[in-house]
Write a protein that binds this ligand. Sequence first.
Ligand code: 4AD
Ligand code: MG
Length: 459
Amino acid sequence: MKMRIRELLEAGEAEHNCTVSGWVRSLRASKEVAFIVLNDGSNLSGIQVVAGRELDDFQAICRISTGTAVRVEGQLHRSPGTGQQWELMADAVRVIGSADDSYPLQKKRHSFEYLRSIAHLRPRTNTFGAVFRLRSKLALAIHRFFGERNFLYVHTPIITASDCEGAGELFRVTTLDAAAPPLMNGQPDFRQDFFGQRTGLTVSGQLEGEMFALAFSDIYTFGPTFRAENSNTARHASEFWMIEPEMAFADLADDADLAEEFIRYLCRVALEECTEEMVFFDKHVEQGLQERIRSVAEAGFARIDYTEAIDLLRRSNAQFSYPVEWGLDLQTEHERYLSEQIVGGPVFILNYPRDIKAFYMRQNEDGRTVAAMDLLVPKVGEIIGGSQREDRLDLLERRMAEMGIAREPLEWYLDSRRWGSCPHAGFGLGFERLVMYLSGMDNIRDVIPFPRTPRHAEF
Ligand code: 4AD
Ligand code: MG
């Protein structure tokens, strides 16, 4: 019977006549016996295969190279050696796909930079195996979290005509001839384009998500988002995945409550359902990781107003490269200082100046802030951005006019404030930033299977 290595080991009893297939991680041979570490991606350690000289093709087995795909039939026994509980005594070892010495993943430890240059092969390493198993588990757990709370899962469009965040970071989607587009007053005439208007890849599913929240009450999206921002940092990708819940009849405090419950849930999932991976990260990527995540899973998150955060930063006497002043956005260095030095854990910053935030956020009574929230965590900085939405038609229209946002393409959005508008709020969690936070990995390029960043899309 064909089994994944993980299932075989979890069965935890001597199995007869089992078959596993995988890739050779290492092979050690003597005259009498060969030890093969075989990994099929289902767990970290793989399985130790023992091939004795009584096998017909023993000499050929001893010459199998790292990276070769093989199928092994044999008997599972308790291992007399240290380092593993079980081993597979081979009755037959068959090469399915050979590999030679030019295989880049030989025994030595490679740098993450080098592995990025072979992103098509790095899933076969211990670190990336662990990262992508964690990522997969978290994705499933996110659906479980919202499913258990009766949130509707909605697929918002990837091609869109609206720039939700208003930052002008849309990748253009067009079928016009780039070299000779039809012109109108010297500009490309998008009325002749495929969709009859300017379109791009979505930067957020929020605006469409709001429409569904105003019908289903509680919804979430989980999909790819695209941003053509030219920032080459360890935290920005041009293509990333975002989870965006939206709740009707909810305010900013409800929003922060949900975000906190959500993050703490995901910390527990990592610790309890990805134990092997977390132990590995703790040992090889970030010492003390499990303790850090455990404390987040257990303690409440701090909540402070933006205005107070600015005061705290100014009074700290710390040296920053960017200025700290009321009205300016927080930079990563400020965000990290707040969560790492001042709070020592995750912290919500609430009620930002309205001039640095998007048009859709609810305006506060003070006339200068909006009901926005960012969740900042140690190491990563901003992991969640959210807000209560402006649900009052007149104020929303006025704000759009002030910010020079064309209303015609957003009439459908304004409709939701015309008929049955209600207080509602939501947030976006950057999925890669979550994986970075929970694994301790420092670079966003190392938690996405095939990262897209400025000038990089080769795989
Ligand atoms: O703060 P942002 O821009 O918020 C929104 O897009 C809202 N529409 C969300 C909402 O309220 N429904 O992005 C949300 C999160 C950020 O906190 C960050 O974690 C992640 O998305 N993010 C990125 N992750 C990787 N690379 C980038 N370039 C990112 N930009 C944002
Ligand atoms: Mg943000």
